[in-house]
Design a protein around this ligand. Structure first.
Ligand code: NAI
Length: 400
């Protein structure tokens, strides 16, 4: 069958497997030529490995100088009667194929990272087939829902403000328009639930479990990803429910750092740049900022995607051959440094003053935003023949 992009609201309902393969290959090609990781990890567990920053981390660590064997955990759907499946499913297949060609181990676990069975499965694999330990754990899950580890009850996160509600524009990718959206103020319960879903609790549980099972190597590091952003987005993000969850994540890094010190290791949070990912397109009222930011950063030659960010994180910061990892006064690794440059933010402000529902396509980088969104799902990539039939049955047998 031929596969066309189908978008409903902010969700892509189809993906193109061969396009996903091309996107993975393009990222591999980028990290091969980029500044290389020095003395990097050799055995890596990536939680949330199938798209966005997690996939980029995995690619960077395998092909960007470290030649790491990787285990990836992700929640994805394969092909069925109802559809072709999700992009992350194919990203995981094609990453594994490329890594194996290179002589690297790339094991995919597809399922719920919050479940005890998944944790046990990963540990058993590390013990029996992965050399017994890992020397880096990347935590890159993004989800709106998590089961309570005690009761099994589902906890949901909320994308809301804290205090006053706020109105702003959100991109409707299906109709190529900006629609007004209201971010309601969260209740205390919603704040607490968002912290439980997107804060550091699950990261800490993973590290505790891996440590208890004795599968963290001496000197093991762990890193999770965060966003802070500038004044412009603080009310939406940093001072909202998500920001509260991230503050919890930052605190968790310090707790885990103290724990990992016992085995000569470290825990960090890397604060990343705002980018188009499956998760970020859902944040209400955030899109005008990204649209303006993309335009400015591209004009200034500073734009990065997930892969550029992750390669810079590992090559320049975490594994740069130096004794110390460069961090700010809160011990955070800042790879959002270019986004937050004064000249960038000033230019973004100017665009945002002008931007409205009628002119957003011309004053901002909507084209680039939409292109990135389509590319996340394997569409619009150079060198892919989208007219060619895709035989999904042949592809699905290659999992996990
Ligand atoms: P994404 O949606 O591209 O990737 C999320 C990953 O988590 C996928 O691999 C997905 O399969 C996996 N996942 C979700 N639920 C799961 C579950 N229950 N079990 C197993 N795997 C599961 O998201 P993105 O944007 O790469 O986010 C990763 C982290 O980066 C998040 O902590 C996010 O807050 C952070 N971040 C994102 C920024 C952005 O602009 N996109 C900016 C700065 C930080």
């Amino acid at each position: 069958m031929k596969i066309e992009p189908v978008i409903k609201g902010q969700v892509a309902k189809t993906c193109h497997p061969i396009g996903c393969q091309k996107a993975v290959e393009d990222q591999i090609a980028y990290v091969r030529k980029a500044k290389q990781i020095k003395e990097g990890p050799k055995k890596v567990l990536v939680l949330g490995s199938s798209s966005g920053f997690g996939l980029a981390s995995r690619i960077s660590l395998a092909f960007g100088g470290a030649r790491a064997d990787t285990i990836g955990v992700a929640f994805e759907r394969g092909p069925s009667e109802t559809g072709v499946g999700t992009a992350g499913w194919y990203n995981s297949i094609y990453f594994r194929e490329a890594a194996e060609k290179e002589g690297l181990i790339a094991k995919n676990f597809i399922g719920d990272a919050f479940s005890p069975a998944m944790r046990q499965g990963v540990v058993d694999y590390i013990k029996t087939e992965f050399g017994g330990s890992v020397d880096l754990v990347v935590y890159s899950l993004a989800t709106g829902i998590r089961p309570d580890p005690q009761t099994g009850e589902r906890i949901r996160s909320s994308l809301k403000t804290i205090g006053e509600p706020l109105t702003g524009y959100t991109v409707n990718l299906e109709e190529d328009r900006l629609q007004e959206s209201v971010l309601d103020a969260a209740t205390e319960q919603e704040v607490a639930d968002t912290v439980r879903v997107m804060g550091g609790e699950d990261w800490a549980e993973w590290i505790e479990f891996l440590s208890g099972e004795g599968v963290l190597a001496h000197g093991c590091q762990t890193v999770a990803y965060s966003y802070i952003g500038s004044e412009i987005t603080h009310k939406i993000y940093h001072e909202g429910t998500l920001g509260r969850a991230k503050v919890h994540l930052h605190g968790t890094a310090d707790v885990l750092d103290a724990k990992l010190k016992e085995i000569g290791g470290q825990a960090h949070v890397a604060v990343c740049k705002a980018l188009v990912t499956k998760a970020s397109v859902f944040i209400p009222a955030f899109s005008p900022y990204i649209l303006a930011l993309f335009r400015v950063m591209k004009e200034l030659g500073l734009h990065e995607g997930c892969i550029e960010q992750m390669q810079r994180l590992f090559a320049d910061r975490l594994y740069n051959g130096e004794e110390l990892v460069p961090v700010d006064e809160q011990r955070l690794i800042r790879i959002d440094d270019w986004e937050l440059r004064d000249d960038v933010q000033e230019k973004v402000q100017v665009i945002l003053k002008e931007l409205d529902q009628n002119n957003f396509q011309s004053v901002s980088d909507y084209e680039g935003y939409k292109k990135d969104f389509l590319a996340l799902n394997g569409f619009g990539l150079d060198g892919v023949d989208y007219e060619k039939e895709v035989y999904v049955d042949d592809l699905s047998i290659k999992m996990p």
